[in-house]
Design a protein. Structure first.
Length: 576
């Protein structure tokens, strides 16, 4: 196992973020060193040296946006505090705040991989921090990781502690009294089989690892929970999954719940009362107030929320609720009230009767106002359950009144850009589509001494922002796209938006449109159930007003032949 020291940037410095398409957007500024004409221009050696010389002069500076938020994978708070927060972003690294989100410092930017699956703090020593890289949420845009990182000084320095081929980490749990002992739920590769998946344990703070539970090369583990009164009692959720370019298989016979009573030396699957047959993703929760209460949200044909009152030996389904399990599957039991349970999913669901009944909190008043949907983590203050911190696709939120009202913490630049484009203005503007957070434009520089601020960024259109294409012949026009071929032409001066999505030319014929991710110039369509209807391309001219059917092998504007080939995936594999 290779152990590599990684030093975090100084806390007083602004760390450049060098990943453009995944993470906070950075713009390169060119500062060229004096030219040394050792080779004649145009020669291979001279061209290579020119490229190296130009690259050496490039520096990076962050320009945002932070107001857009971004996908938060995990939230951890230092025990005994309410304001010392660590946040892990799906592709934006780890951020630390010591003042409840008033200011943040990136503490993980020098790591080779910034996709975070889980963060864990040692309860007995909060300077002991673990970061599992590679988010566990199964999207076709999920970035993978490179193993587990460890810090013994509160994130000042990091070392890669191994498990590089696990790729996606679902959960890390540290022994409550002995920080040497750590368990890791490793999912393994998303797009193929590999043996480096299972439950791993270290007893020497990551110097060595033992795979203590393994099902097969197709089944990893997505969650682990401990009995807080007896940490030798460990629960683990196995998850069989496989993504392909055309879809996602989120379940199989390998999925299930396992229990150990000796710290992981031996395991037994628990099945009494749980669904039979294939299962998918499973989330676990153990009550801090009553450790005999174990709850699980189970993806299955007869799935839902299950409760055990005997340490996981027998189970009973109390509710069929389970919203888009492949992307969420998170349960939380209030540490001060065993009857209050939260299902963290597309909506935030609250139960006051142990899960028998749930209500979805009305958090989003209108689209892009209130609290964003698609929740991934919820921290409940053990000293005051009215205080909670929520992480979702839209960023970070906090509440002090049981979730009735939330404050958006809009100063963490972790937006996920699918694509960026530039216009020809002076100074030029940067355009891009953000995962689940609209399409934006922002300036490359301003005249204010504070630099570029949140208020300088402008929402162009809504949904899962994807591609953006500026019109170099008209600085007032830009084309943006969202999921399901939501192509829109935007007038920047007036804010008017015109939808340009293709539609069937003959309204009397039923055609199934396969419109997923769309380039603003070309949208793919696939005919289904119509004899003679071949895959086609829509080419919109002029400016998308009129579209013609390009046929199965039509050339796109770049002159390349394209054709749509591949079957549709499962419903729950679609982006949202």
């Amino acid at each position: 196992m290779t152990i590599r020291p990684v030093r975090a940037p100084a806390r007083s410095a602004v760390s450049p973020r060098t990943v453009v398409s995944l993470g906070a957007l950075g713009v390169a500024l060119l500062a060229l060193p004096p030219r040394a004409d050792a080779q004649s221009p145009g020669s291979p050696t001279g061209d290579a040296q020119s490229v190296e010389r130009i690259a050496a002069g490039l520096t990076w500076r962050p320009i945002g946006p932070a107001i857009s938020g971004g996908r938060i994978a995990d939230v951890e708070i230092v025990p005994g505090t309410q304001s010392h927060i660590y946040v892990g972003a799906a592709s934006g690294g780890v951020w630390e705040s010591v003042n409840h989100g008033t200011t943040w410092e990136p503490i993980f930017d020098d790591a080779a991989n910034l996709s975070v699956g889980d963060i864990a703090l040692a309860p007995s020593d909060p300077l002991e921090i673990w970061v599992g890289t590679g988010e566990p949420n199964n999207r076709n845009s999920s970035p993978w990781g490179e193993g587990v990182y460890h810090s013994s000084d509160g994130g000042e320095t990091w070392r890669l502690a191994g498990l590089e081929e696990t790729r996606h980490i679902g959960r890390i749990v540290v022994h409550p009294a002995n920080p040497d002992i750590v368990w890791v739920a490793a999912l393994g590769h998303l797009f193929g089989p590999n043996p480096e998946r299972g439950v791993y344990r270290t007893t020497d703070r990551g110097e060595t690892w033992e795979k203590v539970l393994h099902i097969d090369d197709d089944t990893g583990f997505v969650d682990i929970a401990l009995n807080p009164a007896d940490p030798s009692m460990v629960y683990a959720a196995a998850y069989q999954r496989r993504r392909r370019a055309w879809g996602f298989a989120g379940g199989g016979p390998g999925s299930g719940i396992y229990k150990s009573t000796d710290g992981g030396d031996s395991w037994a699957e628990v099945t009494d009362g749980l669904p039979e047959g294939d299962k998918g993703r499973i989330g676990l929760a153990v009550s801090a107030q009553d450790p005999s209460l174990v709850m699980a949200v189970v993806e299955a044909e007869e799935g839902g929320i299950f409760t055990s009152r005997d340490y996981g030996e027998t189970w009973m389904r109390v509710n069929e609720l389970n919203q888009r399990p492949m992307y969420y599957s998170q349960l939380r039991i209030d540490p001060n009230d065993v009857e209050r349970v939260w299902l963290v999913a597309g909506s935030l669901h609250r139960s006051e009767d142990g899960g028998d009944n749930f209500e979805a909190l009305p958090m989003e008043i209108e689209y892009n106002t209130g609290v964003h949907v698609d929740h991934h983590d919820l921290w409940i203050d053990p000293e005051d359950s009215r205080h909670m911190i929520l992480g979702n696709d839209g960023g970070l939120y906090s509440t002090w009144d049981d979730g009735d009202r939330w404050t958006f913490i809009g100063n963490i630049p972790v937006a996920q850009f699918y694509d960026v484009d530039l216009d020809l203005a002076d100074p030029y503007y940067v355009y891009g589509g953000l995962q689940d957070n609209n399409s934006y434009r922002g300036p490359s520089r301003t005249r204010r001494y504070q630099g570029i601020m949140n208020r300088d960024w402008q929402v162009l259109d809504y949904g899962d922002g994807m591609y953006a294409e500026t019109d170099w012949g008209d600085l007032g026009t830009v084309y943006v796209t969202s999921q399901n071929a939501g192509i829109v032409r935007v007038n920047l001066a007036t804010g008017d938006r015109k939808a340009l999505k293709p539609f069937p030319p003959d309204s009397t014929v039923r055609i199934s449109l396969r419109l997923e991710v769309a380039d603003p110039r070309v949208a793919a369509r696939r005919g289904a159930g119509v004899p003679g209807r071949e895959p086609a391309l829509h080419l919109g001219r002029p400016r998308g007003e009129l579209a013609r059917d390009g046929g199965p092998h039509a050339a796109d504007p770049s002159g390349q032949s394209r054709a749509d080939g591949g079957a549709s995936g499962l419903d729950h594999a679609l982006e949202a």
